[in-house]
Design a protein around this ligand. Structure first.
Ligand SMILES: C[S@@+](CC[C@H](N)C(=O)[O-])C[C@H]1O[C@@H](n2cnc3c(N)ncnc32)[C@H](O)[C@@H]1O
Length: 158
């Protein structure tokens, strides 16, 4: 929604372009919930009003009090089951990676290895967003520069 912005026509132009998001989780339940893309209105309170108005629609089947994410936005997302600690099928580099509140389950060496893998999967200048209780440590520190609280940018050509 942030990428598409509050102007519908400008947003649809972006949505029909080459932007694709990979949404992954190890849990098939979590993926099913995300694919359903339907939320109680109260769960969307924190969304800026202009984005919610533009990119959320009343849930199909007329479920009262529920909103669904606009199909144009849903079409930009690919949902895949992925264990972050195993091999990744993705070959291309990413412009942005969000991984929030997942590394809380892992020990420090595992976190450090994972953050290094994220860093190497980013294009130079690409961004990594992590959770507020998480940090970048280990070898990834040489690959990433902090640019804001819990936001890091991939340095070029290391
Ligand atoms: C606390 S939730 C955070 C969800 C979301 N990122 C957020 O901030 O709201 C943690 C998620 O990590 C997923 N997870 C745990 N271990 C994982 C792993 N090894 N690979 C991928 N996902 C994992 C869980 O299934 C769960 O959906």
């Amino acid at each position: 929604m942030v990428l598409l912005g509050p102007e519908r026509n400008a947003g649809l132009t972006i949505a029909r372009g080459p932007v694709v998001a990979l949404a992954s989780d190890i849990s098939t339940n979590a993926l099913a919930g995300a694919r359903a893309a339907t939320y109680p209105i109260t769960a969307l309170d924190a969304l800026p009003e202009a984005l919610r108005t533009q990119w959320c629609v009343p849930a199909h089947a007329g479920e009262p009090g529920q909103l669904t994410i606009d199909p144009a936005l849903q079409a930009m997302v690919r949902f895949r089951r992925l264990n972050l600690l195993e091999e990744w099928p993705m070959r291309g580099a990413f412009d942005v990676i969000f991984c929030r509140n997942v590394m809380i389950y892992f020990d420090s060496p595992t976190k450090d290895r994972l953050v290094e893998r994220f860093a190497r999967q980013l294009v130079p200048g690409g961004y990594l967003y992590i959770g507020h209780s998480e940090r970048v440590g280990g070898p990834a520190s040489a690959l990433l520069e902090p640019v804001g609280p819990t936001i890091y940018r991939r340095k070029g050509h290391i």
